[in-house]
Design a protein around this ligand. Sequence first.
Ligand SMILES: CC(C)(COP(=O)(O)OP(=O)(O)OC[C@H]1O[C@@H](n2cnc3c(N)ncnc32)[C@H](O)[C@@H]1OP(=O)(O)O)[C@@H](O)C(=O)NCCC(=O)NCCS
Length: 166
Amino acid sequence: MRSDVTLRPLDRNLLTDLLLAAVEDADPLEVMPPVEGPGGWTPERRAAFVRFHESRSLAADPVETTFAISASGRVVGAARLCPVEKRAGTAEAGVWIGRSHRGAGVGGAVLRLLLDRAGAAGFASVYVSTTPHNLAVRALMAGIGADLVRDGDTLTACVDLRAGAR
Ligand SMILES: CC(C)(COP(=O)(O)OP(=O)(O)OC[C@H]1O[C@@H](n2cnc3c(N)ncnc32)[C@H](O)[C@@H]1OP(=O)(O)O)[C@@H](O)C(=O)NCCC(=O)NCCS
């Protein structure tokens, strides 16, 4: 596993680096909810990206925890854990990595670090949702022995974090 990959809780300085990584290396739809208007990283979309993270992770009462992913000391993406309202003790995981850094083992390292963070935060399980064509997520889930279950157009997995389960 790559040892140069770390997760750092998002703060305002890291948010600046994260915006740069997103603008340089990702499509807006991969990293934030859709925003009306012309495509690409318009000033409105950049501002919405910052507001999105400020409201969800940097607020006084955050709805989720976001981590900046660093690889070789550089911010290359984000990972998040969001408590699932209807499933006590479960966090939904989300990850994006800049395109130029994909397929090089960063995602595998992030998944393990994120599961460790979730366990340390007291969650008993982590929920992952993806689409059938997302081969990287499917490989990541297979790599940790998690079964993906088809639910319409979605594949979901629930990773048990309790002692001995992994
Ligand atoms: C999904 C994502 C986080 C994976 O990160 P990554 O750094 O590319 O993953 P890795 O390089 O560690 O590869 C993980 C596994 O996927 C496989 N893989 C990676 N990219 C692949 C591709 N395009 N097609 C098929 N397999 C792929 C790797 O071979 C590896 O398999 P292995 O563990 O059996 O060797 C990254 O591709 C990404 O950010 N995608 C866009 C956003 C997204 O889809 N997020 C997930 C939402 S649930």
